[in-house]
Write a new protein. Sequence first.
Length: 240
Amino acid sequence: MQPWIAPSVLSADFARLGAEVEAVLEAGADLIHFDVMDNHYVPNLTIGPLVCQALRKYGVAAPIDVHLMVRPVDRIVPDFAAAGATFITFHPEATEHVDRTIALIREHGCRPGLVFNPATPLDYLDYTLELIDMVLIMSVNPGFAGQQFIPTSLRKLEDARARIQASGREVRLEVDGGIKTDNIAATAAAGADTFVAGSAIFGSRDYAGTIREMRRQIAGVTGKGRPVATPIGVRRRRAR
Ligand code: DX5
Ligand code: ZN
């Protein structure tokens, strides 16, 4: 699978969110990572379906990767589906019935994924890997942008990659938290193919330069990572 770069809007300038998203897509991002926090499951409060819908109305046609850090999960799933989410990932500890939540996301036409906190074992995948399209390994504790990468995440990425390989299914392996140009190669070597980066991209002056360097680093260990000739979706833009 081609590597995907997923800028997290958490580090964007929210007063100019549409333009920021347009800018990272023009700079070569593949999908938009959308962090939803509820001040309950995690100690921070961010954005909801209205903002996702606003990005679609603005003209963003790229896939939107909704990362739910909320409890409960099910209530909000249909709202995000209606708001234009592509992927919806959630933390298994945050829902009563993991299998039911996965089915709910699928029924609403979105692609489900499970998210693993640093201390959460991968056992939840034993009976769900055949049902999901993404495994997200948190390389920080969820809640804030700009935290330090937790090195044990590399071993967990390797374990998750082995499970995906054994399943024979096309499941994206995403890593989220503290990803920078100087550690992205290690995560790619450990098996990640989808890379969330918030502060590293939005905190840089040159979005395109940062994304290009990330791809160069990934290509150094996988041989993949140059920009794909045909983007996976229309990358942009304003429908007005
Ligand atoms: C953390 C979020 C991340 C965060 C990443 O809870 O899930 O997506 O925005 O930000 P950086 O890349 O700055 O660690
Ligand atoms: Zn996230």
